[in-house]
Design a binder for this molecule. Sequence first.
Ligand code: SF4
Ligand code: SF4
Ligand code: SF4
Length: 266
Amino acid sequence: MKTKALLIDLPRCTGCRGCQVACKQEYKRQAEKTTFFGGPGYQNPADLSAETWCLVTYNEVLVNGRHDWVFGKRQCMHCEVPGCASACPVKALEKLDSGPVIYHREKCIGCRYCMLACPFVVPRFEYETWNPYITKCTMCAHRQVAGGIPACAKACPTGAITFGDREVLIREAEHRIAGNPGGYVHHIYGMEEAGGTCVLHISSVPFEELGYVMRVPRSPMVAHTEPAMKAVPMVMLGLATVLGASYALRTRKQRDNQPAESGHIS
Ligand code: SF4
Ligand code: SF4
Ligand code: SF4
């Protein structure tokens, strides 16, 4: 089976956030109460969260001596050899041959080792709920099985998100960069990061200027996570689960006792 991927062509992105809204709609995730935080990055909400799996970032960047807005996109990168899956002691995260890294919530014990193991800081925990789970982008695996494409790719009105075979998309990215060398930096983010990912990005400015994680090993994360996981006794995993549940209960109680704060809904 050919591995599928998403190619995010950032210079084509207008920052409309259609992808972000489509993702929320597809998974019926809640709107969040947010406050302005003043950057770097001026997007709203500020970061990925248990409710926001797809985030368009707003970055003010100096381009040819002029301040300009350049947009980025954050979501699970669907690593070829995912650190989250290798760190999970109960196999609640699984890499499919077709590309997506999916989550089996019925297996999850809430230890949150996947959160520590992800080099892109993607998985989130539902601290605010009574029965918390890990959440993250699924690459819309269920839509792919039904012959569709990811909701964010479907919604994008500018063609900034393309879905297809990973090898074909890498060639397409190289073609776009070669055809417009002044319009792109010579870097396909995700081609080698963490051993390669199924979400690929191309950009007009260096990725560090968009806040992308740059200190990612070129080798798969499994080489770093497996030895560490073997050293963790099962009793520690149980303790982590209990502490996580108690934290969720405490934050829920505190929130219920607080008066409504100022802010706005995005
Ligand atoms: S980006 Fe993080 S959560 Fe997504 S597959 Fe890779 S390691 Fe797992
Ligand atoms: S692939 Fe699906 S789950 Fe992932 S960001 Fe796009 S719409 Fe959301
Ligand atoms: S839908 Fe397309 S143009 Fe709009 S924010 Fe998302 S990637 Fe950018």
